[in-house]
Design a protein around this ligand. Structure first.
Ligand code: ZN
Length: 124
């Protein structure tokens, strides 16, 4: 249901924007989603189709760009990708850890939690 709630907020925002500009229809919506939001893009698409039915967003293309998480280490100043571990057979994908890849200290998350509407193409 996580995806449903977030997608409905996105759809509402795009609709409001389209109404403001008196758009006839919306053609494309570009989203930027941080990987740390743990949203399943397929679920987002599913909800998007459901929620845009009978609105001017119906039939529009949804483009999803996934952004990697970014961490910062207060100890050594490292900034960049997560350190991933993938030696756990229970996970099919590498699991991000909160350990600094350089000094093994605890890092802070500074990126990857965004959920932005980057661009909307509409017919006015
Ligand atoms: Zn460090």
């Amino acid at each position: 249901m996580h995806e449903g709630a977030i997608t409905s907020q996105i759809v509402e925002n795009v609709l409001r924007e389209a109404e403001k500009r008196k758009a006839k229809s919306v053609l494309e919506v570009h989203l930027e989603i941080g990987k740390l939001m743990f949203l399943n893009p397929e679920q987002v698409r599913f909800w998007y189709q459901m929620l845009t039915k009978n609105t001017i967003l119906e039939g529009s293309k949804l483009m999803i760009e996934e952004k990697e998480g970014v961490v910062k280490c207060p100890k050594c100043g490292y900034q960049g990708d997560f350190k991933y571990i993938n030696d756990d057979p229970a996970f099919h994908v590498p699991t991000p850890t909160l350990n600094c890849p350089k000094c093994d200290g605890t890092v802070e998350i500074i990126g990857g939690k965004e959920c932005l509407i980057k661009k909307v193409k509409m017919l006015i």
